[in-house]
Design a protein around this ligand. Structure first.
Ligand SMILES: C[S@@+](CC[C@H](N)C(=O)[O-])C[C@H]1O[C@@H](n2cnc3c(N)ncnc32)[C@H](O)[C@@H]1O
Length: 318
């Protein structure tokens, strides 16, 4: 298996990963079709005379009682998102099923927490395939905080860039399970909405897709505070975001489909969504910054560089 892995290039392996994800999550299509039928959505559309229907109009036409509605409407709402902001803040189907939100559920169920951590770590192992192509992004950085990291990605980075001090920052109960530290790799527990340790750069892998725009801006502001507290680093700071960018290229239909399944998954688990480039840009603009660069490096995921922080600092200088 290992020798086969080396025969294949990163591109093929990321394609294979997208293919697998698509099949793993393809049950979502039939689930939301079932939900739509059970909710009577085809009849509602028919009764509406085939006219455009808004999400509130659709919801008020549904005949189900609220608890059932919450779970079903969340599944179906994505069909009717008019501007990519249709999810709203509702109890998530995950919460209806488990009585706790995703993070609290993880905190109270160590077995699940470990399993989720392992899944994330194995996903991050794929970074091994491309980290050499990313050299210019990390070269010259003295320190990096992997915000919401589980250690796997940072371990790869710390080996590839031995002069860069890597700090994995995650919630206390996650950091408590952290593997061994090394010379240039350590783990800190905390809440990114309250504090982010100081560094030259901040990595966010699969973090922002679980949050609404307002929260993403709050997190970026915490990065700004972390960089500004070290005046000698001003101008060097940047955010490196690894997440899905939905771009719907016709020739990448399978990739887009897999990305849209993740979009559904985020809605069920967090009431959030995957973003297209315009939606990412909106966050950066809200943060007062228009310069960003998107590189589709990781199969389903892209790497978005937002830099330099000096410009951001100037915007918030008052
Ligand atoms: C989808 S996982 C991504 C993990 C890792 N970055 C990766 O890609 O392998 C999101 C992570 O963010 C962490 N997280 C969520 N809220 C956080 C907070 N307020 N402060 C720090 N970490 C947080 C979670 O514990 C979880 O490990």
């Amino acid at each position: 298996m290992d020798s086969k892995r080396h025969e294949l290039g990163g591109r093929e392996l990321f394609q294979a990963q997208s293919h697998l994800y698509k099949h793993i999550f393809s049950y979502i299509s039939s689930m939301y079709l079932k939900c739509a039928v059970e909710l009577g959505i085809p009849d509602i559309l028919h009764d509406h005379g085939g006219q455009h229907i808004t999400l509130p109009e659709l919801v008020s036409a549904l005949k189900y009682n609220p608890p059932k509605l919450v779970a079903y409407a969340a599944y179906c709402a994505c069909w009717f998102r008019e501007d990519g902001h249709g999810h709203g803040h509702i109890t998530t189907p995950f919460e209806s099923a488990h009585g706790l939100n995703f993070l609290d559920y993880g905190e109270q169920n160590p077995e699940f927490n470990t399993l989720f951590g392992q899944a994330m770590a194995s996903d991050s192992q794929m970074a091994n395939l491309v980290v050499k192509d990313c050299k210019p992004i990390f070269d010259g950085l003295n320190s990096l905080v992997d915000v919401g990291g589980t250690g796997s990605f940072s371990r790869i980075l710390s080996k590839e860039f031995p002069h860069m001090k890597c700090t994995v920052f995650n919630l206390l109960h996650v950091a408590a399970n952290s593997p061994d530290t090394t010379n240039n790799l350590n783990f800190i527990g905390g809440n990114m909405f309250q504090y982010i340790p100081s560094a030259d750069a901040f990595l966010f892998k699969l973090v922002f897709h679980a949050y609404g725009d307002e929260d993403c801006v709050k997190i970026l502001k915490k990065c700004r505070e972390a960089i500004s507290s070290k005046s000698d680093n001003q101008g060097e700071g940047k955010a490196i975001i690894i997440d899905i960018v939905i771009d719907e290229k016709e020739y990448e239909q399978e990739l887009t489909e897999a990305k849209l399944f993740f979009d559904m998954l985020m809605m069920v688990v967090e009431s959030e969504r995957e973003r297209n480039e315009k939606e990412w840009e909106k966050i950066f603009l809200e943060f007062g910054f228009s310069h960003y660069k998107i590189t589709p490096l990781f199969g389903l995921r892209s790497l978005i560089e937002v830099s330099p922080y000096t410009e951001i600092l100037n915007c918030y200088a008052s």
